[in-house]
Design a binder for this molecule. Structure first.
Ligand code: PPS
Length: 307
């Protein structure tokens, strides 16, 4: 195995393809060993009061919001980081412990920045307690279930450290039964929403709102974080974080990640609200809506499936 400049393991084309991980129930949530192997170290992670957590169910726009925050905080002070370090190292994925990846917890420990921006897909009950003890700021990003399912399906096809999603109808059934990595979309979005009612340091935002009006959502983020960038700076961040710009940026588009095959499906795939309409059959949509109504009991949490 080779090592890249920063020490990441490199996967070479002549090597055996990685076997897909199996999914299993872990404290009541479906996971793979790539997110449970380093569990005790993750749970005892030492947060700092200045840390900012970006929490999401997979495929909700984590990278988009990470990129925006990274630009807001560090574009002026260390532009070389943005130009030369991939986003998943600038904003480490706390719980990952997978082949060809640095452990997210180690990357987070070693982050030289203040604040440290830290990504997690953990459901609320698994967030290391140190974040709560230090009253850390948390940005939760939600995305409607249908587009999340579609995006997660394609991600599973191209990412060899995900279980094989097999085909769309099988994956959709697994999504409805919570048999996907990080478990139930429903529990995830609701768990974090309910916490927001008692923990004031959560800013809960939506992918659909960000798509509709990025500038407005950047304003809300800044007000939550106590930042007051100039209008020019905000404009620069909004432009830099546009889908087409991020798709071209090798430090943001995951093209440096060895376990992803972007020819199967690019990480920066479509970036749209409503792509589910190109995947769900009429029958799948009706069944999904029925099931959704039963599971989403809290009338205050509303997702938009089109804008
Ligand atoms: S991950 O792997 O869970 O961290 O993925 P995540 O970053 O949460 O979600 C990936 C989806 O977000 C889309 N994306 C964007 N959409 C609009 N604008 C911008 N700038 C942007 N950046 C990422 C990305 O394309 C994935 O969605 P789909 O629907 O698959 O295109």
């Amino acid at each position: 195995m080779n090592r890249s400049i920063r020490g990441a393991l490199l996967w070479e084309p002549e090597m055996e393809p990685l076997p897909r991980p199996t999914i299993f129930e872990f404290h009541g949530v479906y996971m793979t060993n790539y997110f449970t192997e380093n569990w005790d170290n993750i749970q005892s992670f030492e947060a700092r009061p200045s840390d900012i957590v970006i929490a999401t169910f997979p495929k909700a726009g984590t990278t988009w919001v990470s990129y925006i925050l990274d630009l807001l905080y560090f574009e002026d002070v260390c532009p070389e980081r943005i130009a030369s370090i991939p986003i998943h190292e600038r904003v480490p994925f706390l719980e990952i412990s997978a082949p060809f990846h640095h452990k997210g917890k180690d990357l987070a420990d070693q982050l030289p920045t203040t604040p440290r921006l830290i990504k997690t897909h953990l459901p609320i009950q698994f967030l290391p307690k140190s974040f709560w003890e230090h009253n850390c700021r948390i940005i939760y990003v939600g995305r409607n279930a249908k587009d999340s399912a579609v995006s997660y399906f394609h991600f599973g096809r191209m990412n060899f450290i995900q279980p094989d999603p097999l085909n769309w109808s099988t994956f959709l059934q697994d999504f409805k039964e919570d048999k996907i990595v990080f478990g139930s979309w429903y529990d995830h979005v609701n768990g974090w929403w309910e916490k927001k009612q008692t923990y004031s340091n959560i800013h809960y935002m939506f992918y659909e709102d960000l798509t509709e009006d990025t500038g407005r959502e950047i304003d809300k983020l800044c007000s939550f974080l106590g930042l007051s960038p100039s209008a020019e700076k905000k404009e620069r961040v909004a432009t830099g974080a546009k889908f087409d710009n991020m798709k071209q940026d090798k430090m943001a588009n995951y093209s440096t990640v060895e376990v992803m095959d972007h020819k199967v499906s690019p990480f920066m795939r479509k970036g749209k609200v409503g792509d589910w309409k190109n995947h769900f059959t009429v029958a799948q949509n009706e069944e999904f809506d029925e099931d959704y109504k039963k599971k989403m009991k809290n009338p205050t949490l509303k997702f938009r499936t089109e804008i």
